[in-house]
Design a protein around this ligand. Structure first.
Ligand code: SF4
Ligand code: SF4
Ligand code: SF4
Length: 169
């Protein structure tokens, strides 16, 4: 076997390995892209209150868990039955009843700060997942009604219990 034949054979093997590696990388990228699209399609169906009632730290992590088959489609309480139905259609799973009965989101409610009691500790601002509270340290705080999703996450952190949930006017 001549040296030039061996070199040619070696080159063919190297080129074959490189082509195989590149095409497998392309397949991985295509599958990652598909999964990303799945996550985004699922996330678009979620109400974006970022309330955490599903047991995940916001809508995006819940969408990722659904796309990875690590979570049921019936955990978003603010989205209610309509969201379960929409998720079932794009995921191709049967509709399930919501995982827990609650009337928390049955009637829309807004947080209201009793401003005369507010001590300006800013704890509610830190707790609000949708930036619906404005205020500065040691200043009175207020809720921006248009942004409030009624998640109630600001209630517990308030040290003077001056936040209540009310029906919108
Ligand atoms: S319960 Fe629904 S709205 Fe709340 S964080 Fe989870 S997916 Fe988002
Ligand atoms: S103001 Fe309170 S109830 Fe409203 S979205 Fe923010 S944390 Fe939730
Ligand atoms: S947590 Fe209560 S006291 Fe503190 S800033 Fe918010 S409303 Fe005011």
């Amino acid at each position: 076997m001549s040296i030039s034949f061996l070199i040619a054979l070696l080159l063919i093997i190297i080129i074959t390995v490189i082509i195989g590696y590149l095409s497998s990388n392309q397949r991985i990228n295509a599958s990652q892209q598909t999964q990303l699209q799945d996550i985004e399609s699922i996330e678009e169906l979620l109400p974006q209150t970022q309330c955490g009632d599903c047991g995940f730290n916001g809508c995006r992590p819940y969408a990722e868990a659904i796309a990875n088959h690590a979570a049921d489609i019936n955990r978003c309480l603010p989205g209610g039955d309509e969201t379960v139905k929409a998720l079932s259609l794009i995921i191709g799973l049967d509709i399930k009843p919501l995982y827990k009965k609650t009337d928390k989101y049955a009637v829309p409610r807004l947080a209201l700060i009793e401003e005369e009691h507010c001590i300006g500790c800013v704890k509610c601002i830190a707790a609000c997942p949708v930036d619906a509270i404005i205020g500065a340290p040691k200043q009175m705080h207020s809720v921006i009604d248009a942004y409030c999703t009624g998640c109630e996450l600001c209630i517990a952190p308030c040290p003077v219990d001056c936040i209540t949930m009310v029906s919108p006017l």
